[in-house]
Write a protein that binds this ligand. Structure first.
Ligand code: COA
Length: 365
């Protein structure tokens, strides 16, 4: 196509599909997942329950069945670890996940495929993470709920209070409209390809710092700032140098990301339960300073804290090192990717947009 039009940018505002899975209202700061406000799910329902809500429109399942399926699939994934050990030697956790997940074969039945992928992501992520710390992988305990077992396999011990906060995180990030990685998952699904390919592509998209790679840099930023008094000077220097404040701004939200509030509350809850968390007060001070500063620079474009800002604080508080943050995000978001995979496959429609050609044409003879 060569007709003129607005320059192709980031597809903002474009509706690429109908979905019954989630809705993001960026003006009001409202996230609805499968008919419920995120506030009614995060910290309230289990990860298995949110999987059931995201998958059951397309495949018969409920939270109990999913819990059993995930437990058995974790054990099978653990047995595969020696076969995929080279993938787990990657330095980056998302590279390790992408390569290890690509070794899987989809099962005959959709629920078995979803359970296999979801469980394997957790087992592979935990094995990779422990390897980076010189530790052997921990065998899964299929009797535990998914989130508690994944948390145990990551940090090496059972810790119910932290595991509860971790589950709140997994539910909070389980789905979020047609974000970049979900779009990738749907495009791959639309070609008639399989769920493993769809998830592998989505992992690649989530890896980027503009999508799922921001929380580690948020902690780096807080460490560099060091104290609330230093926040304004540090942030000013960062913006003057042309940098972006990690964990701030969003393509859709024009108010504070509702997930930021939920994760902040989950960390507060941990503190009330007596779990020492190092960075909450500093994070709040930096968020306030960053919001003020960005408001002055961009009076017409509200730039507030996004999910990644308090993801960093929560994942740190539950005992994870920053290299585990992107894989942890993928372990939650896979629930949504798989729902979108099934939804897209049900439409049977190939996603094939157009581009506007701006290159030269050959001279006509
Ligand atoms: N810090 C400083 N400035 C920011 C900013 C941030 N975090 N986010 C956006 N801006 C500025 C841009 O520089 C741009 O300024 P300009 O118009 O003077 O060039 C303006 O705000 C609009 O930004 P734009 O790049 O069009 O927004 P987007 O919708 O493409 O970006 C993000 C959304 C998330 C990619 C962006 O806000 C960002 O990079 N945030 C930091 C990374 C992050 O937290 N990612 C996790 C997302 S959940």
């Amino acid at each position: 196509m060569s007709e003129s039009g607005p320059p192709a940018t980031g597809l903002e505002g474009l509706v690429v599909s109908e979905t019954r899975l989630s809705d993001v209202d960026g003006e009001r700061g409202r996230l609805v997942i499968a008919g419920s406000d995120i506030e009614a799910l995060a910290g309230v329902v289990s990860f298995e329950e949110v999987c059931a809500r995201l998958w059951s429109p397309f495949v018969a399942c409920d939270a109990v069945r999913i819990r059993h399926a995930l437990g058995a699939a974790r054990e099978r994934a653990f047995e595969r670890l020696s076969a995929i050990h080279i993938a787990l030697e990657a330095r980056d956790g998302m590279d390790a996940l992408r390569t290890s997940v690509s070794h899987l074969q989809p099962a005959e039945e959709a629920l078995a495929t979803n359970a296999q992928l979801t469980a394997a992501m957790g087992v592979f992520a935990a094995a990779w993470y422990r390897r980076t710390r010189g530790l052997a992988p921990l065998r899964p305990d299929p009797s535990l709920p998914y989130a508690a077992d994944l948390h145990r396999m990551l940090i090496g011990e059972r810790d119910p209070a932290r595991a509860e906060a971790f589950e709140c995180y997994l539910v909070t990030v389980s789905d979020h409209g047609i974000n970049a990685s979900t779009l990738v998952a749907r495009v791959i699904a639309s070609t008639g390809s399989d769920a493993v390919s769809s998830v592998v592509g989505a992992i690649g998209a989530l890896k980027g710092p503009l999508h799922g790679g921001a929380p580690g840099p948020v902690l780096d930023m807080l460490d560099a700032i060091g104290s609330a008094e230093n926040a304004v000077a540090w942030l000013e220097g960062e913006l003057r140098a042309g940098g972006r404040i990690m964990g701030m701004g969003h393509r859709i939200y024009r108010v504070r990301d509702p997930r930021a509030a939920l994760l902040e509350r989950a960390v507060e809850h941990l503190e009330r339960a007596g779990v020492r968390t190092a960075r909450l007060a500093l994070a709040r001070a930096v968020e306030r300073a960053a919001e003020d500063m960005l408001r002055k620079r961009h009076p017409d474009r509200p730039l507030c804290a996004n999910v990644e800002f308090y993801t960093a604080i929560l994942l740190d508080a539950v005992g994870l090192e920053r290299n585990a943050f992107p894989p942890a995000f993928a372990c939650g978001r896979v629930a949504g990717w798989l729902g979108h995979f099934l939804e897209q496959r049900a439409t049977g429609r190939l996603i094939r947009p157009s581009s506007r050609y701006v290159g030269p044409f050959p001279e006509r003879a």
